[in-house]
Design a protein around this ligand. Sequence first.
Ligand code: URA
Length: 202
Amino acid sequence: MKLEEKTEELRKIKEEVVNFKDSPLYADRIKNKVYPVIGEGSHDAEIMFIGEAPGKNEAATGRPFFGAAGKILTKMLEEVGISREDVYITNIVKDRPPQNRDPLPDEIEAYGPFLDRQIDIIQPKVLATLGRFSMQYIMSKFGLEFEILPISQMHGKSFEAKASYGKITIIPFYHPAASIYNQHLRSVLQEDFKILRDYVKK
Ligand code: URA
């Protein structure tokens, strides 16, 4: 797919999410006067980061990973020589769950198809999951549910899978938010991110 077509297809997704009145989170979005968060970055990205759901800052701006966790993500990327503009960053759930609670299964089910389409449009070589929800969703989507273990045993490892458009690599990472007050996890995340250097265009 040409870049312009990708951009057009992604625009359609945005329009659908904006008008997704059947979503279990739609009423909250309207009540709180906040935005859905679709995703941002390169439409030709080799690496797609998949988080959980927007937090407060993200819902206020409509931009993914725009608060404290986002600062960490941007810094981690810079440290391995990757710029935020060269990757695509999104979440499974596109609207903010109240009080930052974990996304519920019906919310993941409702928004999952938008993520599936984003993957098929952008066609990244690497799906970098952030946190256990996106890890579980992506591993299951690609038929690797039998490989799922606690994230403490999966982070930083790569799993080969087959997408509709070819071979892909799934790499689970800890969620950057988990490393805000945990220096150990921060170092683990930093170390794990080094694997991404192998997947950027040289
Ligand atoms: N946490 C997420 O999972 N996604 C965001 O966009 C921000 C925080």
